[in-house]
Design a protein around this ligand. Sequence first.
Ligand SMILES: N[C@@H](CCC(=O)N[C@@H](CS)C(=O)NCC(=O)O)C(=O)O
Length: 231
Amino acid sequence: MTKITIYGPPVSPFVVKVLTAADYKRLSYEHEANLSVPDVYKLSPITGRIPVAAFDGEMVFDSTFISRRFDEVQPEKPLVSQEPKLAAQQRMLEDWSDESLYWYMMGLRWVKENAHRTVRQNRKFLPLPLRPFAGPIFRNFIGRRTRAQGFGRLPYDVLVAELGERLDDLVQMLGNQTFFFGNDPCIADFAIYGQFSTGIEEGVTPDFAEQVSLRPELTGWRERVSEATTR
Ligand SMILES: N[C@@H](CCC(=O)N[C@@H](CS)C(=O)NCC(=O)O)C(=O)O
């Protein structure tokens, strides 16, 4: 059996994505959640991002590559359908969640209404001597990325309204299905679930949490993913 260790704190949506995917597949793994910023660069020198996971000591970076590896080491309960067209749709929705929904959530983490909470939440990841400077460090190295990407430049009410419209799109896509692509969850469910977790937990982005809570179809779906991954 492959020995798997997943590295990264569950404050990251991508860490939650791989943890829930592994739980759904009933994979056994170790989870190393307590990493400092320098640890991240040591463990993940190619991207400098978490999650990373060790498979029998071989390091794999990026939540998408890690999840693919899960299906290789254990094909049961596949994260992507065997049917090519369905698989393409699942990967596209996963990618939309990782590369687009993520930025709505990040944009809201760094608006002036929420940035102080984001800094407070992340201060613990800095080495002790740097913690007094957590505000400028995180605003400069992470917060400014939302401006570079573009969503960080949108007026607050526009960003919230656009997020609401994307959530309405998700409600439409879900329809009356149990999960986004039928009776079983797939990698797209876990990717969106991860973004929702970061957006809702720990009270950092109450605006994100409110937009989800206004849509009972999505809160119901979230509960079903949680049930499918509880061990
Ligand atoms: N595409 C990557 C994204 C990973 C990512 O952006 N991780 C963030 C945490 S949410 C990170 O490691 N940030 C640390 C940094 O930017 O220095 C994946 O799917 O794993």
